[in-house]
Structures are given as C-alpha cells and as structure tokens.
Design a protein around this ligand. Structure first.
Ligand code: M6R
Length: 364
C-alpha cells in the first residue's frame, strides 16, 4: 500500500535511494563488479560486433543513456531502438551481436517480440528486467534484475533509476574486462555509484523549489526540455513523464538542434527546462539558454551545486549535488520526475492512473 504517502508515484520516488542500493550493492564484491552469474568473458566481448539496446517508453530512454555510456567506456558500437520499430525493420543482427533488452514489467509485447526476433537471428540476449520470472526474463540468455520492487504508478520512476544503475554496471564491467579503462577510474566510478543513494536523498529533501515552480507554472500549454549529451537522453525522459501525467504538451530537443527549427516556437513565457549536468557542455547550454531567453522563455535549469554560472543564466535553478558528470543522470532524473508530479498534482490530474495508459502494454 501507499505507506502514508498520498500517491504511489511519490512513494516510489522516495524509494529510489533504497532500490538503487539494492540493485548496485550485491553486484560489487571486493571492489569489483560481479554481474550475478552472467558469464561474459573478455573473449566474448572482443567478439561482439555490435550491441543493440531495445525497449519501449521509459526503458527506451534508459537505453539511450546506455548507448552513450557503453560506447564511451567500453568502445563497443551500440544502436538503440524502440522495440516496435526494431521488430519490424528486419534488423541487421547476427550471431556476433548482443542485444540488451530493457523492461520493467518483462511483459511488454513489442519488447518480447523484439527479443524473439533477436534470438532467431542468433544474437545473445541480456535483459535488464524488474519482474522476476516474467516472459522476457524467462526467454533471455542472461538476466540482470533491477531490484526496484513492485512499481504501481503508471509513470515509471524508481524503475528507471535502477535500469540506469544496471546499465552503468554493465558498461563498467565490459569496459574493464576489455582493458578500455584503468583500474583507478573503474574503482572511482564504482565509488560514485555507491554514493548515489545519498545524493538522491538530498534531491528529495530539496523538493520545495520544484513544487513552488510548478505552482507558478502549471498552466503552461507547452514545455520544452533541452539538453546535450547525457542530458539530452534525460530530457526525453523528463518530457515523457510530464506528458503522461500532466497532459501538457512537451518535447525534448538536443541543445544544438534548437536553431534548426524548434526555436521558432519559443515566445514570451514559454517554459524551457534545461538539465545541465555535463561539465564539458555547460557553456554550450548557457548559450542555448541565452538564445531562448532572448525570445522571452522562462528557464528552469537543473545543475550541479558548484556550477554558479548557471544561476546567472537561468531564471530558477534546481541544484543537485556535485556528482561525476558520467553518472549524473541517475541523480538528475529525480528533479524531472518531481517536476512532472507537482505539475500534474497542481492540475488536479490522477497522478497514479493517467488517462489512456496501462502499466504494462501486453497487446499491440
Ligand atoms: O514494462 P516496460 O518497461 O517494458 O514498459 C515500457 C513502457 O511501456 C513504459 O516505460 C511506459 O513508457 C511508462 N508509462 C513510462 O512512464
């Protein structure tokens, strides 16, 4: 039950620190990552041609982060695709490829069929699944469970954070086995992952700024999420969350794409949400903020505490603790989930059971 919370969604966001810990800690043994009983050797990894990440909705957005980090750390080419596209496009997979399937429920029909298609073509399938014994878990070669526990709210929150955590473990493990990262770096990122639950506690404790911002802006007709690099992936998830529970139209754009069309839609009072956790891209994002503000936009930025330049550029800044940019998405998604929650609440929407949506899409 709701354990004293008004909504499952809030309860589930508040569980994020715990479930991330449950997902990460059992896989770290003597400072090394051990992915349960999944036997993937360095030789297996050297023979992989490509990795395909396939999923739907929020799980797909976790996959977009997965692509960035697996390519960055392990230097294996990764394609990420929504399952309903992948399964019908006769994908070029072969038996040297690996397919990573991501699903909270483990029952999403398009994702399940994408898995079957991959197996038919001889690929090795590793799935990142939350529900033990679900169809996707049963049919995969290897399963890495996210230990998010039952997720009741239709809008996925804690499952996403654990999907990201699992993907970071996979990316780090592959990269280290392949000799693509040094031991020190590997250990530092592991330490960073272990500290994430504490960082999310701080974000949750600090939710007043977001609540206040939502109470002032819930009448917005259309909202843009703009980010670069991992923050672009995060923007997609922030936008989906907002749409599904508050019914406000929103879109996510890569910062650099603004000038290629979207900026035409920015007018006096348009809300623009900018996650900006990537140190090497902060300056570029500040330029984007200047561009939209010059056209009258109201900007809410999500930035690291120490990033003082952002405060001068944006109208309101929600800070997150100073975490390494690589792992920042696991922390920075929580303010976006909170934003969607408070906007929906202000509008009087049914936060846990949004219209037209089912928790698990088991029919086409
Ligand atoms: O159970 P799955 O992770 O396979 O579900 C995939 C999507 O249906 C799901 O993430 C959906 O987009 C959520 N409503 C997002 O909050």
């Amino acid at each position: 039950e709701k354990a004293g919370y008004e909504h499952f969604m809030m309860k589930e966001m508040c569980e994020e620190p715990k479930v991330i810990r449950d997902t990460v800690s059992p896989r770290i043994k003597d400072d090394n990552i051990v992915l349960d009983n999944i036997k993937i050797t360095a030789d297996d990894l050297k023979n992989i041609g490509k990795i395909y990440i396939v999923a739907c909705g929020t799980a797909y957005h976790a996959g977009v982060v997965g692509k960035y980090i697996i390519e960055k750390l392990a230097r294996i080419p990764v394609e990420v695709d929504v399952a309903s596209e992948f399964r019908y496009r006769d994908p070029l997979i072969c038996d040297r490829d690996m397919v990573i399937i991501i699903s909270q429920s483990g029952e999403t029909i398009d994702t399940l069929f994408a898995l079957r298609e991959s197996k038919k073509k001889g690929a090795r399938v590793l799935s990142i699944v939350n529900v033990v014994g679900s169809s996707i878990a049963r049919e995969s070669d290897d399963v890495l469970y996210t230990w998010a526990g039952p997720e009741i709210a239709v809008a996925s929150t804690k499952a996403y954070n654990t999907q990201l955590s699992a993907l970071y473990l996979v990316a780090l493990d592959f990269a280290y086995k392949l000799g693509r990262i040094e031991k020190d770096y590997y250990s530092n990122v592991i330490e960073g992952l272990k500290a994430i639950p504490g960082e999310i506690e701080k974000v949750l404790a600090n939710r007043d700024t977001i609540q206040k911002f939502a109470s002032q802006h819930y009448n917005a007709k259309s909202i843009f999420f703009i980010g670069r690099g991992l923050d672009y992936a995060l923007s997609m998830e922030g936008s989906l969350k907002l749409k599904e529970i508050s019914y406000i139209h929103s879109e996510a754009y890569a910062g650099g794409e603004l000038k290629h069309g979207t900026i035409a839609l920015i007018e006096e009072g348009t809300l623009v949400i900018c996650p900006m956790t990537q140190d090497n891209l902060v300056e570029k994002m500040i330029s984007n903020i200047k561009e939209v503000k010059a056209r009258g936009a109201v900007v809410l930025a999500i930035a690291k505490e120490s990033n003082k330049q952002v405060c001068k550029a944006a109208d309101v800044v929600v800070t997150i603790p100073d975490v390494d940019s690589l792992i920042a998405p696991i922390v920075a998604v929580t303010p976006l989930q909170l934003f969607a929650y408070y906007m929906a609440l202000q509008k009087g929407c049914d936060v846990d059971k949004p219209r037209n949506l089912a928790k698990s899409v088991t029919v086409e």
